[in-house]
Design a protein around this ligand. Structure first.
Ligand code: FAD
Length: 501
């Protein structure tokens, strides 16, 4: 058999999306592909994207990345979930944690047993049954056997791209610095033939990955694939980011604090804190947003404000002809649940699974697009939930969110939970039952009934079950070190390789 010629893959853009793609493809596919990445130092990257979710740990393991080295390089901390302030009402708070709450039965999630307990005089909050949640709020963390504590990372986006670049170049990716001035199409097939740089270079390829961020130079500008605008469901369209000095030990969670026209994030890293305000420009001016952000920071500001505009939505086809869009070029649904880097990861792994063997199969393209759409729509619904299900009516923004029409798929999920306490996860959906239950209850939905199986437990059995879970959680948390101490031992960034700094 003849050896196949390596597939020439050209990645346009070197932000988180570009370098994650290069690192993953290079490490997984080795010599079967010939990888080139083009990026422009003059344009730079979006410079945000610092809170992640647990599957990133799996991505790192797939790529054989040493966790301590990765965390040192990116000044990362561990993340056990997100603390939501002021979402249900202006003075409310709830936590969306990673991991599980309580103990499920195969026929019914733990919430059914908890609800039964509630009706029978048990007063302990649902939160007390979740290890990750209790550990987070006490500022504790350690790796536990069997990955019993589910976690993700809070990391420095710029350093993350540098870390991946080092790895990808080590595995053979060729990096070209320069500005793409023109995308050349094959006049017969309409496929992309080459990228032309301002300096005159022409870069040919078989498969092009558009990682040019919001610009979407290849998939949007050159191939004219449209974009579905979801601002009628996800109305925030602007953000301002600033970094501050740390004022205390880094906490193992991200904060999402709602305000009257959006929300504000706080992401603690080892060396600094990432902050930003996300807002809807119809209800808040940029000047007012900046003032609000600067008025609600904990440490000294160390960077100039980074102003960002976006349109929430999704690219209509994320793979079109010989171009796949990954990262912001494929859509953006706002950063509330830190799903963007995860979507990059999903797209990369999916593309590797569907890598063309010679000619591109239109069946692969259709399958890829279908699976991507499903991912985006499921995440979209989860995000809309935070805005639409609220008791807040104290500003035009919240009145708009509470009264906006929502997708039928989300209505079904909400009403099913309200009526029966049930949540079903479909087709590898990212957010599992625990996430939906925590956020739905946190936003104010209390189920009217619960599964009859919970009522099978006698009062004594119920006492024992609930008591045992709570005790396990509190004993385990009591045995954990402080998160900041654990980070200092495990991956203190003072030992960082200067190449990433
Ligand atoms: P970019 O970082 O914009 O990179 C684009 C690349 O293309 C750059 O290298 C640029 O130089 C290059 N390029 C563009 N045009 C040209 C050209 N003409 N020639 C050559 N090169 C070119 N995600 C999370 O998972 N968690 C978060 O907490 C989170 N927070 C966010 C907060 C905000 C306000 C925003 C807007 C996004 C956030 N995201 C978050 C999303 C996250 O930032 C992105 O998914 C991630 O950074 C990937 O971006 P990218 O690589 O697609 O684009």
């Amino acid at each position: 058999m003849n050896e196949m010629k390596p597939l020439r893959v050209v990645i346009a853009g070197g932000g988180t999306a570009g370098w994650m793609t290069a690192a993953a493809m290079g490490r997984t596919l080795g010599r079967t592909i010939d990888l080139t990445l083009v990026e422009s130092d003059a344009i730079g990257t979006v410079g945000v994207g610092e809170s992640t979710i647990p599957p990133l740990a799996t991505f790192n393991r797939l790529l054989n990345i040493n966790e301590a080295e990765f965390m040192r390089a990116t000044e990362a901390t561990f993340k056990l979930g997100i603390l939501f302030d002021n979402w249900k009402t202006p003075d409310s708070r709830y936590f969306h944690s990673f991991g599980l709450t309580g103990k499920d039965h195969w026929s019914a999630g733990f919430q059914h047993f908890w609800l039964h307990g509630l009706q029978n005089g048990h007063t302990a909050p649902y939160d007390d049954y979740c290890l990750e949640l209790v550990a987070a709020l006490q500022g504790k963390f350690a790796h536990l056997p069997d990955n019993r504590l589910n976690y993700a990372y809070q990391l420095d986006a710029t350093r993350f791209a540098k870390f991946l670049r080092q790895m990808a170049e080590g595995d053979g990716t060729k990096r070209i610095e320069g500005k793409i001035a023109r995308v050349e199409l094959n006049p017969e097939s309409g496929h992309i033939a080459a990228l032309h740089l301002e300096a005159g270079q022409r870069i040919e390829g078989d498969l092009f990955i558009d990682c040019t961020g919001f610009r979407a130079l290849l998939i949007g500008e050159a191939l004219h694939v449209g974009y579905d605008d979801w601002t009628h469901w996800l109305p925030c369209d602007a953000a301002i980011a600033v970094q501050t000095e740390n004022v205390g030990p880094a906490l193992p969670y991200t904060r999402a604090m709602a305000h009257d026209a959006g929300w504000q994030w706080r992401i603690p890293l080892q060396h600094r804190t990432g902050n930003g305000i996300v807002y809807c420009s119809r209800y808040l001016t940029r000047e007012a947003a900046l003032e609000r952000l600067l008025g609600n920071l904990e440490g000294q500001v160390i960077t100039e404000p980074n102003n960002l505009r976006f349109t929430t939505g999704a690219r209509r086809r994320q793979w079109h002809r010989n171009c796949v869009s990954i990262g912001l070029s494929s859509g953006f649904m706002e950063p509330l649940e830190a799903t963007s880097i995860h979507l990059i990861q999903r797209s990369i792994l999916r593309l590797i699974r569907m890598l063309p063997a010679g000619e591109i199969s239109e069946r692969d393209v259709a399958e890829f697009n279908n699976q991507q759409d499903q991912d985006m729509e499921q995440i979209r619904d989860f995000l809309i939930l935070h805005y639409n299900v609220t008791e807040r009516r104290d500003s035009p923004f919240w009145r708009h969110c509470a009264s906006m029409p929502i997708p039928d798929s989300l209505t079904q999920k909400i009403e099913l939970f309200r009526e029966t306490g049930r949540v079903f996860r479909k087709n590898e959906e990212l957010f599992a039952e625990n996430s939906w239950v925590q956020v739905m209850m946190g936003q104010g939905i209390m189920p009217r009934t619960y599964h009859p199986i919970a009522g099978k437990l006698s009062p004594d059995e119920l006492d024992r079950l609930l008591g045992m879970i709570r005790e396990n959680v509190s004993k385990t948390v009591a045995s954990l070190p402080r998160h900041a101490d654990y980070v200092a031992d495990f991956c203190h960034a003072k030992d960082v390789n200067p190449a990433y700094a």
